[in-house]
Design a protein around this ligand. Structure first.
Ligand code: FMN
Length: 190
């Protein structure tokens, strides 16, 4: 089995994407470890209901306390396939872009960058101010991928679940996981 995926959930709108990503990883047999920021917990409970926090826990193989700077992801020596921040707030983006390792999410991301590992930031905010844009560029230049949590419509999703699941599949595909049932663009046939 390959190394686990590290999923960090922060307090941006779109917690449904994280659930869909974890469900997909479980279905495809990929182990995922989880860190949730305090604001992330608040937004998950608000958007999806408090029961979703235990659902997230049951879908992941391991959970870390965001304040535990001695946990495995805080060291560059730990082995991971990729780290995804989904959804990623502007606050977490700023911390990562500026190397502020003040909680386990920021520290883990810092380790991914220094070890040249795949770090995917699914940022979510609208509109962006100049600081957001500068931080995106700084994070990208440091080695992160900016992968905005923007839903697509060309696959004609029937509902929110399908819309979020499609985005989660695109993230999985981006980190090199084959998603057999992903609807791929086939061109427009008139
Ligand atoms: C319901 C709700 C939705 C939010 N949505 C966003 C968002 O989409 N993007 C963002 O950058 N911050 C958003 N915030 C604000 C962040 O949660 C806040 O800045 C927090 O301090 C971020 O902390 P974290 O990055 O450690 O999770 C939202 C807050 C709430 C309560």
């Amino acid at each position: 089995m390959s190394s686990p995926i590290l999923l960090a959930i922060t307090g941006a709108s779109g917690s449904i994407y994280a659930i869909k990503f974890l469900e997909l990883m479980k279905r495809l047999g990929n182990e995922t470890h989880l860190i949730i920021s305090d604001a992330g917990r608040q937004v998950v409970a608000y958007e999806l209901g408090a029961a979703s926090l235990s659902q997230l826990k049951s879908l992941s193989a391991c959970q870390y306390d965001v304040k535990d700077l001695a946990a495995t992801p805080a060291s560059g020596s730990s082995a991971w396939r990729a780290m995804i921040v989904l959804p990623c707030t502007m606050g977490t983006l700023a911390s990562i872009a500026n190397g502020l390792s003040t909680n386990l999410i920021h520290r883990a991301a810092d380790c991914f960058l220094k070890e040249r590992r795949q770090l995917v930031l699914c940022i979510r905010e609208t509109p962006f101010n100049r600081t957001h844009l500068k931080n995106m560029l700084a994070a990208q230049e440091a080695g992160a991928a900016i992968f905005p949590a923007m839903p697509a419509f060309y696959h004609k999703p029937k509902d929110l679940d399908e819309m979020a699941a499609f985005f989660a599949s695109r993230v999985a595909q981006f980190i090199g996981i084959d998603v057999p049932d992903l609807k791929r663009w086939q061109g427009i046939s008139n």
